[in-house]
Ligand binder design. Structure first.
Ligand code: ATP
Ligand code: MG
Length: 425
């Protein structure tokens, strides 16, 4: 029997691989414009890091982590998210404190969930984290940057920004008491897991996707009414900044986010047409996390974008990973001359892609390959043309007669033709 990949862990093959790379580049370009710098973090961490940061009673820690013992008997976990590692690295490398820090990371993440559209066991995120800033201005910056990203990748669907404030830890305690009292009145409707959570992490019940609970959740005491004054001001400040920036948003009082480390601002970008997996980006403020991981208290805020969900919205714009030139080389001498010419072209025009025919074949066979390769042009070199130092240029994507171009003039010729082609598309 042939060996298959692990369920929920997918090969990314062309043309999706090209789309994913373009998407990553576009998002990274925006991050760079806002002064965020990349950190590359290990895929494996000590299990304890996630237990302590995400919280014991969370979906991720309770049932989604890939945890195993290594050969030394240490408990390791494939990273389910990036924030905890980022803080761990900041404390370990000493880059956290002092001048405010703006960072981004990307790559694969792992969660043992039930695979379905938009939900996989290995998936990709790009995330941003900031440290050392307490005001709503940085919260706003993170959201504005996301908005900029959606524009940059030409999203046709309009993601909706939902925001909420969880208040300070203290305010949340008050709220929690009110919430538990309310939920106890509806205990018969709670499932086993929710009944358990009523006493361990009742706010997580608001995050439940259980359809029978949606009415109860809708009528639950609202978090904003229990906010402390400082959090109210922070939240109002954020909204004023978003209005100034012209970013539309919706306050969703039931937005709580799944993880323990959030405080005050939380937000999600939602694309309703994606159905059950509609959140393409989620984040917020996590002022308590640094201390929770052994540092001195320090403000922090960030977000993470799920790239597969974004890709699903970009399905129409495939095929950007094309080849520019396919070199058809007929004859022994031509194949040597062509190899040299291709190398010269790639040096002269660093942004073009040149595929050299390998494996010989007649002119007809090679032209078929050129066509199938989806190249824009075929450059044809045959033994009997070598003396004239010319090549034939055949246009594979438009009706136009073949042209003869001198080998020395080929680079400027291609530059002009492909330049024009590119600016049109
Ligand atoms: P959900 O409520 O959909 O399970 P989450 O709250 O667990 O999401 P986060 O931990 O906030 O997700 O991760 C940030 C983003 O990463 C999500 O908004 C989503 O776009 C993406 N994401 C999370 N889990 C997965 C997954 N299993 N497969 C694909 N993308 C995911
Ligand atoms: Mg989840």
């Amino acid at each position: 029997m042939r060996i298959q990949s692990i369920r929920g862990m997918h090969d990314v093959i062309p043309p999706d691989s090209g789309m994913l790379r373009n998407l990553e580049h576009a998002l990274q370009a925006v991050l760079q414009q806002y002064g965020y710098q990349e950190v590359r973090l290990p895929l494996l961490e000590q299990t304890e890091l996630f237990r302590r940061s995400l919280g014991e009673v969370t979906d991720i820690v309770e049932k989604e982590m890939y945890t195993f013992e290594d050969r030394n008997g240490d408990s390791l976990t494939l990273r389910p998210e990036g924030t905890a590692s980022c803080v761990r690295a900041g404390l370990q490398q000493g880059f956290l404190y002092g001048q405010p820090v703006r960072l981004w990371y990307g790559g694969p993440f792992f969660r043992h969930e039930r695979p379905q559209k938009g939900r996989y066991r290995q998936f990709h995120q790009i995330g941003a984290e900031t440290f050392g800033l307490t005001g709503p201005d940085i919260d706003a910056e993170l959201m504005i940057m996301c908005h900029h990203m959606w524009q940059r990748i030409n999203l046709t669907s309009r993601p909706v920004l939902e925001i909420n404030s969880l208040g300070t830890l203290q305010a949340r305690q008050h709220y929690r008491t009110a919430l538990v009292a309310y939920l106890q009145q509806h205990e018969s409707k709670l499932g086993d897991q929710e009944k358990q959570r009523l006493h361990t992490n009742p706010m997580r019940i608001l995050d439940s996707k259980n359809p029978e609970l949606q009415d109860v959740i809708r009528n639950a005491p609202s978090l904003p009414e229990h906010l402390d004054q400082a959090s109210v001001e922070h939240f109002e400040g954020l909204q004023a900044l978003l209005r100034t920036a012209g970013i539309e948003y919706r306050v969703n009082p039931h937005l709580v986010r799944g993880l323990d480390y959030y405080s005050q601002t939380v937000f999600e970008w939602v694309v309703p047409e994606l159905g059950a997996q509609a959140t393409i980006c989620a984040g917020g403020r996590y002022d308590g996390l640094v201390e929770q991981l052994g540092g001195k208290p320090y403000p922090a805020a960030g977000f993470a974008i799920g790239l597969e969900r974004l890709m699903a919205l970009l399905e129409v714009s495939r095929g950007q990973d094309g080849i520019d030139v396919y070199m058809v080389l007929v004859g022994e001498q031509a194949s040597h001359a062509g190899l040299k010419l291709a190398t010269r072209l790639r040096g002269q025009l660093p942004s073009i892609s040149v595929v050299v025919n390998c494996g010989g074949g007649s002119m007809k066979t090679q032209m078929k390959r050129a066509d199938k390769s989806n190249a824009t042009l075929a450059v044809i070199l045959a033994d009997d043309e070598l003396d004239s130092h010319t090549v034939g240029v055949k246009f594979l994507r438009e009706r136009r007669d073949q042209e003869t171009v001198s080998q020395d003039g080929l680079a400027p010729y291609l530059n002009e033709y492909l330049g024009i082609q590119r600016s049109e598309s």
